[in-house]
Design a protein around this ligand. Structure first.
Ligand SMILES: Cc1ncc(C[n+]2csc(CCOP(=O)(O)OP(=O)(O)O)c2C)c(N)n1
Ligand SMILES: [Mg+2]
Length: 309
């Protein structure tokens, strides 16, 4: 992937830096990827200089500029922050557009008939008017639900974040129903993670905890599979899952459930899940080899972020 171009409008910077100069800072604005060195301050001079740089208004690839800035070293620091903000802003704007086109739109509106993880998450979020509590397990389901679930209330997400231990989601969701009994609690789980603490369905049954369990079933330990696909030539080792029949499992615990494959089924099943008093297991059979993007490759920097596999 080509590095992002960090582009800076010099006149804008100069206007913000102001004309009441006390010091001059020489700034090298480098066409450098976000996350590495965007700027390097190579020296601070004491001479007065207030005229704008000749290249005012242009967008620079590499520029060495003498800026007259107010406030001595504090001013230098302020300008530095400003420079970083402007150029990161420009670069991320490009990134956001590309991300929208390459990642978000295809995830939320897939061209294929198979359900994507993202569209299932967004459909549940929409149906709860973005007022539900989101609990996540660990894996692709976690990143996708954190990305595409929306919130309108504070205290709305429970996730193990980087301390990801599969199996976290189900007991955490039970806790959330006790902590926020007036709210709908939706937990997104993978088919792998659901089995890690599957005995907690017993607690749900016993406590009648109204957990809405959405299992994004891709028949894989998807997070690991994605790495094997992207960095190990699709050598899938111990990631394909032979899943139990989750409908039978749910019924054994007296928990109502639905398995869906299509968009129409999904819509109806979500409505049924939310209309059901108490717990519900919704198994959404999603595209098996779906990926979570953007992704920073191992050992890479954020400027090498991948938007496609
Ligand atoms: C207890 C535990 N074992 C292994 C891992 C490593 N790990 C992280 S995500 C993942 C796969 C998760 O698969 P699944 O629950 O099906 O979710 P998906 O990624 O498919 O959404 C694994 C094995 C972990 N985080 N925790
Ligand atoms: Mg899975």
């Amino acid at each position: 992937m080509r590095p992002l171009r960090a582009q800076v409008s010099i006149s804008e910077l100069y206007a913000k830096a102001g004309r009441e100069a006390e010091g001059i800072v020489r700034v090298v604005v480098v066409d450098c990827p976000v996350g590495v060195h965007i700027h390097e301050i190579v020296g601070v001079a004491r001479t007065r200089r207030t005229e704008p740089p000749k290249s005012g208004g242009t967008r620079a690839v590499v520029l060495v500029l003498d800026f007259a800035i107010p406030g001595g070293i504090i001013g230098v620091l302020r300008l530095f922050v400003l420079l970083v903000r402007v150029s990161v802003g420009n670069a991320t704007e490009n990134l956001e557009l590309r991300e929208e086109e390459k990642v978000i739109r295809p995830e939320l509106h897939p061209a294929t008939n198979s359900l994507s993880m993202g569209e299932v998450v967004r459909a549940v979020s929409d149906a709860t008017h973005h007022e539900a509590v989101l609990v996540t397990d660990v894996g692709q389901n976690q990143m996708i639900s954190a990305r595409y679930f929306k919130y309108t209330k504070e205290r709305s997400i429970i996730t193990s974040g980087g301390l990801g231990t599969m199996g976290f989601g189900l007991p955490a969701a039970i806790g959330a129903t006790f902590g926020a009994p007036e709210r709908t609690v939706c937990v997104f789980m993978g088919d792998g993670g659901l089995q890690m603490n599957i005995q907690e369905l017993g607690t749900i049954m016993e406590q009648k905890a109204p957990v809405k369990i959405i299992c994004l079933n891709n028949n894989y330990l998807g997070n690991v599979r994605q790495w094997q696909a992207m960095f190990f030539n699709r050598r899938y080792s111990f990631t394909p899952m032979l899943n139990p029949d989750y409908m039978k499992v749910a019924s054994a615990y007296d928990i109502p459930s639905k398995r869906v494959f299509t968009r129409e089924e999904l819509k109806e099943a979500i409505a049924e899940m939310l209309a059901t008093d108490g717990p519900f297991l919704l198994e959404a059979c999603v595209v098996e080899e779906g990926n979570v993007l953007p992704m920073t490759p191992p050992g890479g920097s954020v400027n090498q972020m991948l938007l496609e596999c």
